[in-house]
Design a protein around this ligand. Structure first.
Ligand SMILES: Nc1nc2c(ncn2[C@@H]2O[C@H](COP(=O)(O)OP(=O)(O)OP(=O)(O)O)[C@@H](O)[C@H]2O)c(=O)[nH]1
Ligand SMILES: [Mg+2]
Length: 342
């Protein structure tokens, strides 16, 4: 359909043309063919933005916090791109509508770009499209990119894999003891935010998090490896960098309170990562994981496409008549598809 070339669109995005950017993000979300060419051309222009992931249980105030953070960064004169990932059904749209209302204060500011993305296909697909969307915003020149996702298993790990700084948002009453606060958060949190600090029980939540940090972060050098090592699923390279202990910051996002402390904590984490060896090690792990994910997706797609219905039906029959085991059927199918579909 589009009459302008990929290169022309790339130029438009680089100039920060909002319409071209919006259209590109839609194409990324819909996995439209041809979008890869644009992304490929944009890639050399990425790597300038600071990507901040915001995750946490439903209702902790992530969207409100994202709005407050965006305002704080705008006050500092920085441009902000926002991606709100809605992992619920694409048919509800409720969360997206709510976010639109919450983030309304930001509309009309040309230094802010807001985008909601719904889950289409697999979670893996969502991780990829979110990453691509963040890169498009990066290439378009947004200095800070905020990515909100509901903390639900894989999606919060995914966000940590693409963000430079990951905020885990808690709220009083949701996790009043150490057990209730999800064990995995220490592996992904660079900054712990206790939002709704205007509510009763905030001290209990803060204390629970502190206890957890002390349990999870014994004062040993291996702590860094367990902090980013578990997340990266590989051993952290030997490094003399002191470990990063996630600070706990209290906010009342609704009232724009605590945002200075929060941006300062993010800045400290950024400074910590400014040690080139540390940054390079983390980034190369993230890229490695991204390549694995993309490869896995492409290989599976290619394999499924190269399967003929007949071959599959024949295999089903053979397994059903107990001529071969499912294991053997898989072997046969794989062998029959080898060399095809490339
Ligand atoms: N008391 C209080 N309420 C807040 C604060 N921040 C947000 N809220 C309220 O908490 C509710 C949920 O806020 P959201 O920002 O939508 O929370 P969320 O984590 O994005 O929610 P999901 O995206 O649905 O997971 C809203 O009614 C907000 O007004 C705060 O600091 N204090
Ligand atoms: Mg939200």
């Amino acid at each position: 359909m589009s009459l302008i070339s990929a290169s022309d669109r790339v130029q438009q995005v680089l100039k920060g043309d909002r319409r071209t950017l919006a259209r590109l993000l839609t194409e990324i979300e819909n996995e439209k063919t041809g979008v890869e060419a644009v992304l490929t051309e944009l890639y050399p222009h990425t790597g300038k933005a600071w990507v901040i992931g915001i995750t946490g249980a439903p209702g902790t105030g992530k969207s409100t916090l994202v709005t407050a953070l965006a305002k704080a960064y705008r006050a500092q004169g920085k441009t902000v791109g926002i991606i709100a990932v809605d992992p619920t059904s694409p048919f509800t749209g409720g969360a997206i509508l709510g976010d639109r209302i919450r983030m309304r204060d930001l509309s009309g500011d040309s230094g802010v770009f807001i985008r909601s993305m719904a889950t289409r296909g697999s979670l893996g697909g969502l991780a990829r499209t979110t990453r691509d969307a963040a890169r498009a915003l990066d290439a378009a020149g947004f200095e800070i990119i905020l990515v909100e996702t509901v903390g639900a298993g894989q999606s919060e790990v995914d966000i940590a894999r693409m963000a430079h700084t990951t905020l885990v948002v808690e709220a009083p009453g949701l996790g009043d003891d150490v057990q209730a606060i999800k064990a995995g958060i220490l592996e992904i949190a660079d900054v712990l935010v206790v939002n709704k600090a205007d509510r009763a029980g905030v001290n209990i939540t803060v204390r629970a998090l502190k206890t957890m940090l002390e349990l999870g972060h014994p004062s040993s050098r291996t702590a860094l490896a367990s902090h980013h090592g578990v997340l990266m699923e590989v051993e952290h390279p030997d490094t003399d960098t002191p470990m990063w202990i996630p600070p706990i910051v209290q906010t009342v996002a609704k009232e724009q309170t605590g945002l200075e402390e929060l941006t300062a904590a993010i800045e400290q984490h950024r400074a910590y990562l400014s040690d080139q060896a540390t940054f390079d090690a983390i980034e190369s792990r993230q890229i490695e994981l991204e390549l694995y994910e993309r490869l896995r997706e492409r290989l599976i797609k290619r394999l499924i496409e190269s399967l003929t219905e007949d071959a599959l039906a024949a295999a089903v029959r053979q397994v059903q008549t107990r001529k071969i085991a499912p294991q053997q059927a898989v072997e046969l199918i794989l062998r029959s598809t080898e060399g095809r579909g490339t």
